[in-house]
Ligand binder design. Structure first.
Ligand SMILES: *Cc1c(COP(=O)(O)O)cnc(C)c1O
Length: 376
């Protein structure tokens, strides 16, 4: 029986060669591949600067640090995201607020953002859930009016565009963060990056990625200086080499994902009991995820039984996400399960279907047939 998961890396011989060549070179880390990967990220996103880091969570942490956010400040993100989008604020002692989502896209609702703004709010962290960009024009208007920073969490959205601008271009934001975990559109095993057009933020990110240390050859040849508390959030050259060969195939990966999504739409789109998220006219999504939405209060059996039944057929789905405000850590800080009813409802309805470039049209039809048979 063929087994399917919701997401998976695509590795081919050029990726393997790229990594082996770097293993044979002088630098496993802190060598030339990191800069080469960063330059390529700039090309792909249209941003002036890119900083490669050890993972997407480190990217979010450095982004928040670079903006000088700290104790007493607040940031606003969506509950329908991975926990890291909120946790990055807690790392620097800032408070987390959430804004509920739009039902048709699963994305943070700009109208809900406005309701959450207080005099302490410093930053908005919209998340391009499933690959589709948030309504950045609207969100950047709100940020301008209230003098807020914007960090785009684009862990799902490398290769996506919004109103003709590539996600990561920072046309509507101060910083954009990416993750290259194997389930994401391109991978470096573990890895992440931040893009920006702001030279001061760039300098800060570079310093904070390596212990807050700067070289001072003007003083003496060995001299370095630590003026700020930084981290070791570096991406090794071995992984940057994988990132370079993966980025060469980004367009191919995204095209394939979109082709597979079109087959899901054809196979399942007409079934009244299922709903898919809407791709807005001005958006081109890289489709990191393909969420299927079902009202399980109207199906013959509950979501858990359906999930397990599909698993026994080799279709191992996942739910994206348990709303972050419903996590015990955030419940302890005062949120209630139904603080964000649309997010909670979305969680109850959502199942992410298998979607990755190695799947064939036949795979999608097989999976769709099982879905139709099991969920009724
Ligand atoms: C994967 C992900 C992250 C974190 O990335 P890591 O590389 O796993 O640390 C952050 N935000 C979102 C929305 C993600 O999906």
């Amino acid at each position: 029986m063929k087994k399917y998961s919701y997401g998976k890396q695509t590795i081919s011989s050029d990726d393997i060669k790229s990594v082996i060549d770097t293993l044979k070179s002088d630098y496993l880390t802190q060598g030339p591949k990191v800069k080469e990967f960063e330059d390529k990220l700039c090309q792909v996103t249209g941003a002036k600067y890119a900083v490669a880091v050890s993972n997407g969570t480190a990217a979010l942490h450095l982004a928040v640090l670079a903006l000088g956010i700290g104790v007493g400040d607040e940031g606003i993100t969506t509950p329908i995201t991975f926990v890291a989008s909120a946790n990055c604020l807690r790392y620097v002692g800032a408070n987390v607020k959430f804004a509920d989502i739009e039902e048709d896209t699963g994305l943070i609702d700009p109208k809900e953002i406005i309701k959450q703004i207080s005099p302490r709010t410093k930053v908005l962290i919209p998340v391009h859930y499933a690959g589709q960009s948030c309504d950045m024009e609207e969100i950047s208007k709100i940020a301008k009016k209230h003098k807020l920073y914007i960090i785009e969490d684009a862990a799902h959205a490398i290769g996506s565009t919004y109103k003709g601008h590539k996600v990561g271009s920072c046309k509507y934001s101060d910083l954009t963060t990416f993750s290259f975990h194997p389930v994401k559109t391109i991978t470096t095993g573990e890895g992440g990056a931040i893009t920006t057009n702001n030279p001061e933020l760039y300098k800060k990110l570079i310093t904070m990625r390596t212990h807050g240390v700067v070289q001072r050859p003007d003083t003496s040849p060995w001299f370095y200086e630590m003026q700020e508390l930084g981290y070791n959030y570096r991406l090794p050259d071995v992984l940057a080499a994988l990132g370079i060969s993966q980025l060469n195939k980004l367009n191919e990966f995204v095209h394939k994902r979109r082709e597979l999504v079109a087959i899901y739409q054809k196979e399942l789109g007409a079934e009244k009991r299922f709903r898919f998220l809407e791709e807005k006219k001005h958006n081109y999504s890289a489709f990191h995820l393909w969420p299927l939405l079902t009202n399980f209060s109207k199906t013959h059996t509950d979501k858990v039984s359906i999930f397990n039944k599909l698993k026994s057929l080799g279709i191992r789905l996942q739910v994206h996400y348990i709303p972050v405000h419903m996590q015990p850590y955030y419940i302890k800080s005062g949120f209630q399960e139904d603080s964000f009813p649309k997010a909670k409802n979305f969680y109850e309805q959502e199942l992410s279907l298998p979607l990755y470039p190695d799947l064939t049209a036949e795979d999608i039809r097989t999976i769709s047939n099982s879905i139709k048979k099991i969920i009724f």
